[in-house]
Design a protein around this ligand. Structure first.
Ligand code: SF4
Length: 456
């Protein structure tokens, strides 16, 4: 494997147990390494995209907008303006003479046509280069149209995807604090970092309703501008996907005193822990009793199904490469529950703290990787003999080219994997792909020989 790792990246690929665990991370991608990471603009776009009653206008060449247009599974229970992707389609002339007038015309036309409750205007690489004053245009249109028009300073070259998350958080924070908080229950939360893929936020809201906890704002799955404006009235921010929205939670704590906890809704242990942590935060014995009741009822349904899947999957090997490391923690635990071993785990944006946690929960021999590229991933998958690869749209072809199973765990998916019902869906998905008869007819490149897999 070492032959495919660039010298400059050697301290970002570590095998657990070979030495005291140390990994280098949270730094710019190496030029020429073809990182799996997305750009700054994409980072901010994925976080803000599910705000369904807002206009999302990409100021830049049409390609940037196409890249993020409606391939994602974020559902809305009402308006669906988020599913339309608008672009100012900057051309050569705009690059020479500036794109501000075009942007202003586009904003006014779109606001008149669609009547959004707010508009987000994303800056792309070329806008950063030609120096259009996005903030000035947004301010003019906001005054003229009477809705928040928010610049998102997300020029693609400005850093990595994490910088895009930060730009999105700053944009959302400009809305928080302007809404009426009257009538909000003291036992209330905002759900941060859940994108309502396949309706997942509705599953989590259902559990919280059964506990008697009010959800003030979904940030950002099935999101609404008015909810975000009054989000400072909630008693607690519950932050999933902490890489993307922890910055917003931090800003809300500083400005409005709203405390936050981290949570994951993936996997039995973490889902139950999230409900218990919320109940514990409010210190109300009745809430804790109801949380335990929810967990008991849900487990009674799903546990036999999980054990059934485990019987068939035990001993198989899994590999994980995801955007944020927090999701990876839950995946490692979920595979363990299914009797499977995680042989590779990595993320695009993990921090040192995240990787220390991954090192603590994985088995010796597991390869832990930060900001990987296709060549590294392919090599490790082959060497470790993984049976299934969990990732997103950019990891799927790597798995299929190698002839191994794939599970989509990213924003493009249409299958709910959160909550207690989600772990059953996950187990079924893993079972379907790992045990598919198709692998008897597709030679795996490297890894276990075909005959051995037939026999397995
Ligand atoms: S890197 Fe720049 S040009 Fe490419 S998608 Fe991102 S913003 Fe657009």
């Amino acid at each position: 494997m070492t032959s495919v790792i660039f010298e400059e990246r050697r301290d970002q690929v570590v095998t657990k147990g070979e030495a005291p665990f140390r990994i280098s991370c949270d730094k710019e991608s190496l030029a020429g390494a073809v990182s799996q990471r997305a750009c700054v603009f994409c980072g901010s776009r994925v976080v803000l995209y599910p705000i369904a009653d807002a206009l999302h206008l990409v100021h830049g060449p049409v390609g940037c907008a196409a890249y993020t247009w409606d391939i994602r599974g974020a559902l809305s229970s009402g308006p669906e303006l988020h599913r339309l992707s608008f672009s100012t389609d900057l051309r050569e002339q705009d690059v020479i003479f500036g794109g501000e007038k075009k942007l202003e015309r586009a904003l006014i036309e779109l606001i008149d046509r669609h009547g959004p409750n707010a508009a987000f205007v994303y800056s792309t690489c070329i806008v950063g280069l030609i120096g259009d004053d996005l903030a000035a245009v947004c301010k003019r249109v906001q005054e003229a149209k009477g809705i928040p028009v928010i610049p998102v300073q997300s020029e693609g070259f400005k850093g990595n995807k994490r910088a895009g998350y930060a730009a999105a958080c700053r944009a959302m924070f400009s809305l928080v604090g302007s809404g009426d908080t009257a009538g909000i229950s003291p036992h209330s939360v905002n759900l941060l970092g859940d994108f309502n893929l396949a309706g997942e936020i509705w599953i989590i809201r259902g559990y919280l309703e059964r506990m008697g906890v009010e959800v003030v704002a979904n940030i950002t799955g099935d999101g609404r501008v008015a909810d975000i404006m009054r989000a400072h009235g909630a008693g607690l921010n519950v932050v999933q996907c902490s890489g993307s929205t922890m910055e917003l939670a931090r800003m809300m704590q500083e400005a409005f005193g709203v405390p936050s906890i981290r949570a994951s809704y993936f996997g039995v242990d973490d889902m139950a822990k999230a409900l218990y942590d919320i109940a514990e935060h409010f210190g109300e014995p009745k809430l804790m009793e109801r949380a335990k009741q929810v967990v008991r009822e849900e487990l009674a349904t799903v546990y036999p199904q999980i054990m059934e899947a485990r019987r068939r999957l035990a001993g198989k090997k899994a590999a994980i490469y995801v955007g944020g490391a927090f999701k990876a923690f839950s995946l490692v635990k979920s595979f363990r529950l299914l009797g499977m071993q995680t042989v590779l785990v990595g993320s695009q944006t993990g921090t040192d703290e995240d990787y220390q946690e991954l090192a603590a929960i994985t088995d010796p021999g597991t390869v832990i990787v930060d900001d990987a590229n296709p060549l590294e991933l392919m090599t490790i998958l082959k060497e470790k003999g993984a049976d299934v690869f969990v990732g997103g749209v950019k990891e799927r072809p790597i798995a299929y080219k190698l002839g191994i199973g794939f599970c989509d765990h990213n924003h493009e998916r249409k299958l709910a994997l959160e909550g207690f019902v989600g772990i059953v869906n996950f187990a079924r998905e893993i079972e379907r792909t790992v045990l598919s008869p198709v692998w008897n007819f597709v030679p795996r490149i490297g890894g276990a020989p075909l005959g051995a897999r037939r026999a397995a």
